[in-house]
Write a protein that binds this ligand. Structure first.
Ligand code: 3EB
Length: 311
């Protein structure tokens, strides 16, 4: 009953041996792609990596079985399911509803009904598509798919992130579990599923964290207090506020910032990266991947996600 994220040099990917569910790779450009390779799921995202050329690897104990289910690539151990899918339809809402429909169906069918964590990459996340921002269209598609599968759209939602990517339309990967998970909210923030209408016609369907055994998945976390973005234009203050939110979510989840074992940091402007890394590393000394990506609100300059292991 183990699952762990690891950061691996791209040069070492060819020698991965056994117990791998999924690999996430990053590139400056090119189409997003998801496929089965060597018995695990590999997803490539057009998302510039800032720093060493590394990939994220999700490992587990025991045997891994992989399965191609239409466009959905799946790999599973006894306890966990990892999957990835790329949707190319232009409309972010249509892409979102199709992707979430496929994920929920496959997870239930394979016996892993508890979505723990979903990562979403939406091309042009801040741009308008007709009346609606592409992020808001995506939120509507995701919401409708969850609703159609009987979700309560509150404390039954996975932890998540939704940030940009440079090409394509929507790329999504996820972790689900056979055993139950516990959802956690941040007392400093309005739950995203309760955000008011000004943030889009359907609220974002995710929880601030999920806890499965000793593992804590903390969602993409940004400089938001209540439901409002704070510190417009001030990257240092946004980072401090984000760390404050991470700290609160960690504590409510039964962990602390020192229990964090892995970080991903999405930076809107790569010129801010060195400054963010310098201030973040002493506060949360965990291995981190820095990526250049647009964040789902135009005023947000960074977003940080974390995985923690409770003691
Ligand atoms: C926020 O707190 C910032 O739509 O899945 C963070 C994590 C954010 C997940 C999502 C959005 C999502 O609202 C944005």
């Amino acid at each position: 009953m183990e699952l762990r994220p690891d950061i691996v040099s791209v040069a070492d990917l060819s020698s991965l041996d056994g117990g791998v569910l999924g690999v996430i790779r990053f590139s400056e450009n090119g189409a997003a792609q998801a496929a089965l390779t060597r018995g695990f799921v590999e997803i490539s995202l057009p998302l510039p990596i800032l720093g060493d050329d590394v990939a994220e690897v999700w490992r587990c104990d025991g045997d891994v079985r992989s399965l191609q289910d239409g466009e959905l690539s799946l790999a599973m151990s006894d306890d966990f399911l990892f999957g990835a899918i790329v949707a190319n339809e232009d409309d972010a809402g249509a892409a979102g509803s199709r992707v979430y429909d496929a994920i929920v169906r496959a997870a239930r069918r394979e016996g892993f009904p508890n979505l723990l964590r979903v990562w979403n990459h939406v091309r042009g996340i801040n741009s308008l598509d007709g009346e609606l921002e592409r992020y808001h269209a995506f939120c509507r598609g995701r919401h409708d798919a969850f609703a159609s599968h009987g979700y309560g759209l509150r404390a039954d939602l996975p932890a998540a992130s939704a940030v940009g990517m440079r090409e394509g339309s929507l790329a999504t990967y996820f972790v689900a579990s056979r055993g139950a998970a516990e959802q956690v909210e941040n007392p400093r923030q309005v739950s995203a599923y309760d955000y008011p209408r000004e943030y889009g016609p359907r609220s974002p369907s995710f929880s601030r964290a999920t806890v499965a055994g000793s593992l804590v998945f903390i969602s993409g976390t940004a400089s938001i207090v209540g439901h409002e973005s704070r510190h417009h234009g001030d990257v240092d203050a946004q980072l401090d506020e984000t760390i404050e939110n991470l700290d609160r979510v960690a504590v409510v989840s039964g962990a602390t910032l020192s229990d964090i074992i892995s970080l991903k940091v999405y930076v809107r402007d790569r010129n801010d990266c060195a400054r963010i890394a310098e201030r973040l590393a002493p506060r949360i000394p965990a291995p981190a991947i820095y990526l250049e990506a647009d964040i789902c609100r135009a005023e947000l300059l960074l977003e940080i996600e974390a995985v923690a292991r409770r003691g």
